[in-house]
Design a protein around this ligand. Structure first.
Ligand code: NAI
Ligand code: MG
Length: 398
């Protein structure tokens, strides 16, 4: 087997600790790869005025597959103040390197799996019939459109004449918003394009087909947001008819979904949504399966083949400088499992997933979040496993 090259982007804070442990697990599982370091994050913003240097983009372009830890972001004024003196006062603007990477490579498909690990004390439970406590098994993949919609960045405060005139051409704007003085007007657009809506919906159907599920759920709000949500629902319904006759389309509004998922999360397997609603519904489902220590995501572009895998959590700066790292590496390790599946290393992926599941089910080795402790260096003395011990436990099961 030839060796793959993976662009390892630890980023900031706990990103470094979790990625290091993740790579140890990959090595132990027999995944043969070279890891090249991709610089990203706060350190490079401060030193170079760019949190996502061109050399990192080049590495991703060349090697296609990235494993990413987490980065630290700060508000604009703080960012400007932390630049090295030589770069200050030059008008260099901070931007989010994650959003930057997404836009640069057009990583439009985001997949966020939420699957229950048996024995995880953080699993969602509910009171069922006869007062019995039930622990429904969650097995959901959320397909989130990653580049458009409310996060597309097309927005204005105090819009220009051109923009204002365009808005005034809409009767609803005239009726409901023309009273507002222009400097007090803020507008964020929600743009959907048929090309990218079709891509995310198709990805959801393909996944449903592969796993043998009979429906996909469009989680939008087409009865109110008629144009954009309506487009996604229509694309899904037409695709079902024309190409996936055995998979039907369920239409659930985002607000209703937030209720249903705490009542019957086991009723959903494949969800597709726009950028913001996908973000919301995936965080909500993540809460049912253990939260940030377990939540993970993949983002990729089916055309250029570039794919980046990352835990959902951030850099958790308050835990970054502990002598012994206490954060849970499972979310990062599960990101690597998604990476392995993406590149066709299914056997190794399955082994790591199984090993992780066994460690969780056994319950002997648990990170502080799984013990519901408040994070502090003390948790190690109270029986919590360190980041390294969690990884060791998984390696031992491989
Ligand atoms: P965060 O996810 O870094 O941390 C929030 C809390 O979640 C932590 O204090 C900790 O209690 C818990 N937590 C996070 N990861 C954990 C893990 N692996 N194991 C156990 N517990 C864990 O979010 P926060 O505090 O809002 O942001 C911190 C920094 O991270 C900010 O600069 C923010 O901009 C950035 N961020 C970066 C993201 C990324 O790189 N994808 C995503 C979210 C935030
Ligand atoms: Mg989110």
């Amino acid at each position: 087997m030839s060796k793959r090259t993976i662009v390892a982007m630890p980023g900031d804070g706990i990103g470094k600790a979790v990625l290091e442990e993740c790579i140890r697990v990959l090595d132990a599982a027999g995944f043969k790869a070279n890891y090249v370091q991709g610089d990203i994050g706060w350190e490079f913003w401060c030193k170079e005025g760019n949190p996502l240097p061109d050399r990192t983009l080049k590495l991703l372009e060349e090697h296609k597959i990235g494993l990413f830890g987490a980065i630290t972001s700060k508000p604009k004024d703080k960012a400007a103040a932390e630049l090295v003196p030589e770069l200050q006062g030059k008008g260099i603007q901070y931007y989010s390197p994650i959003v930057g990477m997404r836009q640069f490579f057009d990583l439009d498909i985001c997949m966020r799996p939420c699957r229950t690990f048996k024995g995880n004390p953080l699993n969602f439970v509910r009171r069922g019939k006869d007062n019995k406590i039930e622990e429904p098994e969650v097995d959901v993949m959320i397909f989130r459109q990653n580049t458009e919609g409310l996060y597309g960045g097309v927005e204005w405060t105090n819009p220009s004449d051109k923009v204002y005139d365009a808005l005034m051409s809409h009767p609803k704007f005239v009726d409901n918003f023309s009273w507002c003085p222009r400097p007090e007007l803020a507008v964020s657009t929600r743009i959907f394009t048929k090309k990218y809506v079709t891509r995310i919906v198709r990805a959801a159907f393909e996944y449903a087909k592969k796993r043998g599920f009979e429906k996909i759920t469009v989680c939008e709000k087409p009865n109110v947001i008629r144009e954009t949500s309506g487009m996604m629902l229509k694309v899904a319904q037409e695709m079902s008819k024309a190409e996936y006759p055995n998979i039907w389309v369920e239409d659930v509004n985002i607000d209703a979904m937030m209720m249903w998922l705490t009542k019957n999360p086991e009723n959903y397997n494949v969800i597709v949504a726009g950028n913001m609603f996908g973000d919301i519904v995936s965080d909500a489902f993540a809460g049912l399966i253990g939260g940030l220590g377990f939540a993970t995501s993949a983002q990729f572009n089916p055309e250029n083949g570039i794919a980046v895998f990352e835990p959902t959590h951030g850099s958790a700066p308050k835990y970054a400088n502990y002598d012994v790292s206490i954060v849970n590496p499972i979310a990062m390790i599960l990101s690597a499992v998604m990476m392995l599946e993406h590149i066709g290393e299914n056997e190794i992926a399955e082994r790591i997933r199984k090993a992780t599941a066994e460690v969780v089910a056994e319950g002997k080795v648990r990170a502080y979040d799984m013990m519901k402790l408040k994070g502090s260096p003390e948790v190690i003395n109270n029986g919590a496993a360190s980041t390294k011990q969690m990884a060791d436990a998984i390696i031992a099961k491989l």
